[in-house]
Ligand binder design. Structure first.
Ligand SMILES: Cc1ncc(C[n+]2csc(CCOP(=O)(O)OP(=O)(O)O)c2C)c(N)n1
Ligand SMILES: [Mg+2]
Length: 357
């Protein structure tokens, strides 16, 4: 395999005497993790349960060994989590190197998922040492998963958005309408002419019906100990009226998006733009504090549960007795894996599974 820039980076860490890096995976740094796996005899990767923990460990590594402490985290939320440990190193004058990912250069500045101004974020703690490595690229669409959009010219687009800055960002629209979507659509209704030819609409309806059959078939596939999609599929018709659902980043977010049929009265949310791990349980507690009479269900992976969710259980134990209805279900998908990311590493990067991560 050709040497990637990540292999080069890991070799440079080794040359500089970094024998161990502490970190947490994520798609922003999957390339570096692949390279660490290939160079595991040179630089050892230690998996923390939280990026903040990784940064504290890197600081202690520097304190106790005199070496540079290394830590690695994904873009956006991962980088934000590192900060406290990095400040600890700065204020105790310890040499710590943090490597974080960033979104593709083509997407920067265009409201891409997980984009955070990392240079500004690290500016105070890293001073003149903050450095962004990138390769020149043309600015393109800012839509996450832009590969699924039609090619420019292949479709006619109308966009309604509250924020005018977002208009035509993702695709050159024929009509750009700034405003609230429901009010705007209502204002447009009288202008519509009912079409006689229902062909296109019927095709879409059939495709949606077929998709639900695919979802059901996937959910019914047997698995040991359990097929998580089956769980979400069965949960869907049993969702209590007016319940509030919260979800964490990870494979739970996939099943939440695909298998649950929401109906009016349900409120549901996850960390959409930042796509951070951890919000599942805190969101659920806030939901319960504001709507103590409603059932709240949170869908969380074992990684996120270990990262922050278990602390939330302590918060729950302090407040739950005041809730008129105590129903708060914490569903933990215990696959003993960072499943979403280990699959990204395998499918998107073509790397073997890096068990240490
Ligand atoms: C703070 C933070 N760190 C890392 C990531 C990258 N990331 C997204 S999903 C995921 C896997 C989480 O594992 P788990 O909670 O066990 O869910 P699973 O996919 O295994 O169901 C990771 C590491 C992130 N989104 N946010
Ligand atoms: Mg997991």
């Amino acid at each position: 395999m050709a040497t990637t820039s990540s292999d080069f980076l890991v070799q440079r860490l080794y040359d500089w005497g970094v024998s161990m890096v502490y970190g947490y995976p994520g798609d922003g740094i999957n390339g570096v993790l692949g390279a660490l796996n290939r160079a595991k005899e040179k630089v050892r990767f230690i998996q923390a349960r939280h990026e903040e923990e990784a940064a504290f460990m890197a600081c202690a590594h520097a304190k106790f060994t005199g070496e540079i402490g290394g830590c690695v985290a994904t873009s956006g939320p991962g980088a934000i989590h590192l900060l406290n440990g990095l400040y600890d190193a700065k204020l105790d004058h310890q040499p710590v190197l943090a490597i974080v990912g960033q979104q593709a250069t083509t997407a920067l500045g265009a409201d891409y998922q997980q984009e955070v101004d990392l240079v500004s974020l690290a500016k105070d703690v890293a001073g003149q040492y903050v450095h962004m490595a990138s390769s020149p690229a043309m600015i393109g669409s800012g839509f996450p998963y832009a590969e699924f959009l039609p090619r420019e010219g292949d479709a006619r687009g109308v966009q309604i958005d509250l924020n005018p800055r977002m208009l035509s960002l993702r695709y050159p629209m024929e009509v750009n309408l700034q405003g609230d979507s429901s009010l705007t659509l209502r204002a447009l209704l009288p202008l519509l002419e009912k079409k006689r030819d229902r062909h296109w609409r019927e095709t879409i309806e059939k495709e949606v019906r077929d998709w639900w059959l695919v979802m059901e078939a996937r959910a019914m596939m047997p698995a040991n100990p359990i097929n998580p999609q089956r769980l979400f599929w069965e949960l869907s018709p049993r969702l209590p009226e007016n319940c509030i659902i919260t979800c964490d980043s990870g494979s739970a977010a996939n099943w939440y998006a695909r298998d649950l049929k929401m109906h009016p009265g349900i409120m549901a949310s996850l960390s959409g733009g930042l796509a951070s791990m951890c919000p599942g349980v805190p969101y659920a507690i806030a939901a319960k504090l504001n709507y103590p009479g409603r059932a709240v269900i949170t869908l969380v992976g074992d990684g996120a549960m270990q990262m922050l969710g278990i602390n939330g259980l302590i918060t729950i134990s302090k407040y739950w007795k005041n809730w008129s209805k105590p129903t708060l279900v914490v569903l933990v998908l215990n696959n003993r894996d960072h499943n979403m990311v280990t699959w990204e590493q395998r499918v998107m990067n073509g790397d073997p599974k890096f068990d240490a991560s």
